[in-house]
Design a protein around this ligand. Structure first.
Ligand code: G3I
Length: 323
């Protein structure tokens, strides 16, 4: 058992995990840390680089934990994805204020993006610039976040421009969920991306979050979606993969199915010309957000179990990566 990292390196694939908040209190010989080192060449903070952590008060920036993650990554020759700059969740109360003027909130957004992206220029090679801006329940498909309500839909354009100015070499993502296959939401993401590209906005990639459930994954559709994003000249990558198992289905069979989908998605990313990254949203089942979020209806979505043992999905990934 040598881990997935070597195989991922050989394929030139960015592979790794979202790093849980508890990582920051762990000792260097914690088994959690060991798994990161053996398996990942890329890390992303599950929470601590979001605005509520980085800028809890206006103009007061906290980079301690982000620095810790990046230093750890660099010491182990790993990359870090930046997540995330503009989102409707996990923003501090003072930023989430619809009484601000358009000009003021634009300035706040600019200050945040510029400060964070410049600080890590050249060290964080890719950023989720705008996260989850689409809501197909809305008539115009835009989520009615503070950003939209105060600035208007062009906040998205501005966010990418500010990020690009702060680090012209960074790969800039629009990241969203439930938009992996061919559906109303992925159509809306595609339409947004097309517009941004047409208007020469510096966007380079679409993040397919990929919070899946076994049995609800249409591989052909995902492939088709990745392809059409590629035709726009953009990368399409898996940024937050987990594959939950309905708790009343849990068992060896479900774990095999889960392994099958992990492997098939990996195969798809390796074969796709406009993909180079496969990130799993958490290291092991004991620390996944899924059981809590679904009130126990979905469980065990990751590739290590809560005792930190590799699951069938892990071995399938190893197989596909070594193929
Ligand atoms: O930090 C506080 C802690 O002080 C407090 O004691 C504790 C009690 O609830 O909460 C802690 O904050 C939690 C935070 O995670 C850090 O653990 C929040 O309550 C909790 O809501 C938050 O959940 C995160 C969620 O984003 C927020 O929407 C999940 O861990 C994280 O996995 C999830 O990640 C998102 C991506 O960023 C974007 N895409 C969807 C994905 C899943 O929702």
């Amino acid at each position: 058992y040598h881990g997935l990292r070597k195989a991922a390196d050989k394929k030139g694939l960015n592979f790794g995990f979202a790093v849980h908040t508890s990582f920051f209190n762990m000792s260097a010989d914690d088994p959690y840390v060991k798994i990161l080192k053996e398996n990942a060449n890329t890390l992303v903070a599950e929470n601590i680089m979001k605005p509520v952590y980085i800028q809890p008060e206006r103009g007061v920036f906290h980079f301690e934990l982000a620095d810790q993650l990046i230093n750890f990554a660099e010491a182990n020759d790993m990359k870090v994805r930046g997540h995330c700059l503009v989102w409707h969740q996990q923003i501090p109360y003072w930023m989430n204020d619809t009484t601000l003027s358009r000009q003021e909130l634009l300035q706040i957004m600019k200050d945040h993006i510029t400060t964070v992206v410049s600080r890590y220029k050249g060290r964080i090679k890719e950023w989720d610039v705008v996260n989850e801006a689409i809501d197909v329940e809305e008539e115009d498909n835009f989520r009615k976040s503070v950003w939209y309500r105060v600035i208007g839909p062009d906040y998205i354009d501005s966010a990418f421009v500010y990020a690009h100015r702060s680090d012209p070499d960074a790969i800039l993502y629009y990241n969203d969920y439930d938009a992996e296959g061919m559906n109303e939401k992925s159509d809306a993401v595609y339409e947004l991306a097309s517009k941004l590209v047409k208007n020469n906005i510096p966007i380079h990639a679409i993040g397919l979050q990929s919070h899946f459930t076994v049995d609800q994954i249409d591989l052909d559709e995902i492939k088709q979606n990745i392809k059409r994003i590629g035709d726009l000249g953009l990368m399409a990558n898996i940024t937050e993969l987990d594959i939950g198992i309905p708790s009343n289905d849990f068992g060896p069979q479900a774990l095999e199915k889960q392994a099958h989908y992990y492997g098939a998605l990996m195969q798809m990313i390796l074969e796709s010309e406009n993909s180079n990254s496969f990130i799993v949203w958490g290291e092991h089942d004991g620390l996944s957000w899924i059981p809590g979020f679904t009130e126990g209806k979905k469980v065990a979505p990751l590739i290590f179990d809560s005792a930190l043992n590799p699951k069938p999905a892990y071995y399938r990934l190893l197989e596909v990566l070594n193929d």
